[in-house]
Ligand binder design. Structure first.
Ligand code: SF4
Length: 225
């Protein structure tokens, strides 16, 4: 299956979808967005890497920052923080250069390694886009976390690829149906940038009643609790 341009979804949405499907739907299906410290901090890290789409060459390596990528098979598009092209006889030819290069995506992340596979899926999706665009094979990529300042090597294996395919299929299905899942409170709700819009505290009647009482009290007291 091939997606049309107007059906493309944001590649970066994979991390939201993997973290919480409702969060992704609120942002991408309902166009809700609330910036908080965490998202601003995350954007700051990306700005440093993505100042513009640029290429630089050092010895055996060519680096491309903020490189636009897309996949018609997955129906996603976005940008890679950094793509490294390393000289190798097993690599692909690059226009304007004589040697062949292996292609490796590097994704920069705030904080440290996460328990979920959100970052792995995003990196694998970038690798799959690059493979489709450049007709190459990518066996691994790197995740770089600003807190630990370490590059972690990630194998782009069949299991990860299958997950990316399933997740993107599910995202397209939600978008086509205009579907936003119901609230499922989780540990991550506390730091969620959309908790004011999502209102996970309204998930059961008891807490909904408490919330309404709080709101009525606030209204009676002119906004002061
Ligand atoms: S508040 Fe919780 S349930 Fe709601 S969008 Fe955020 S993470 Fe998901």
């Amino acid at each position: 299956m091939e997606y049309k341009e107007d059906e493309f979804l944001m590649l970066s949405g994979i991390q939201h979808f993997s973290f919480c499907r409702r969060q992704w739907a609120l942002i991408h299906v309902e166009n809700q967005w609330e910036e908080n410290v965490r998202t601003i901090e995350g954007e700051f890290i990306h700005e440093k890497v993505h100042d513009q789409f640029s290429r630089e060459q050092r010895n055996e390596k060519l680096s491309s920052r903020g490189m636009p990528v897309r996949s018609v098979k997955l129906g996603i598009s976005g940008e890679c923080d950094l793509v490294e092209f390393t000289k190798s006889a097993e690599g692909i030819p690059v226009r304007g250069l004589e040697e062949r290069y292996l292609v490796t995506p590097v994704e920069y992340k705030r904080g440290k390694e996460k328990e979920t596979d959100a970052d792995l899926l995003q990196l694998a999706a970038q690798a799959m886009c690059l493979e489709e665009m450049l007709c190459c094979e990518i066996k691994m990529g790197f995740l770089y976390y600003n807190e630990t300042r370490k590059r972690i090597e990630v194998a782009i294996d069949d299991e990860l690829r299958k997950k990316v395919e399933m997740v993107t299929l599910e995202m397209h299905s939600y978008m086509q149906r205009g579907y936003t899942p119901k609230v499922k409170p989780q540990k991550g709700c506390r730091n969620c940038s959309l908790k004011e819009v999502c209102m996970p505290e309204l998930v059961d009647k008891k807490s909904a009643a408490a919330y309404m009482d709080r709101m009525l009290d606030l209204a009676r007291n002119g906004g002061e609790s």
